[in-house]
Design a binder for this molecule. Sequence first.
Ligand code: DGP
Length: 114
Amino acid sequence: MKECLFCKIAAGEIPATKVYEDEQFVVFRDINPQAPTHVLIIPRRHIEKLTDLTESESGLIGQMQLLANKIAEQEGITSGGFRTVFNCGEGAGQSVWHIHMHLLGGRPMTWPPG
Ligand code: DGP
């Protein structure tokens, strides 16, 4: 998607601190981190929001979580606990219209989130 910020980051057209990338996914540090580790896991494929996922894409979220587990290990935040979050829709705080999983850790997490 030409005008999508995260598509541009995935393509390397806009700089970001990438911590992982492969053919399907890119992981980079959030520009406004809410925890010592705060990265965003995105599929390269442009999908606006969770509710746009189709049956054939249902495996994508599982793959993203497995990748989050791997990055959490890499970041050393597994034993302390971490959180993965999707915001879906404006009311939930989604501000970038390309699905992304937040991975946060490195500090105690409270509940409920704001
Ligand atoms: P959300 O509110 O769930 O749509 O999360 C969007 C996140 O994207 C937010 O935590 C800030 C982050 N973000 C926005 N613009 C940029 C950017 O240009 N670079 C990086 N690295 N992160 C960004």
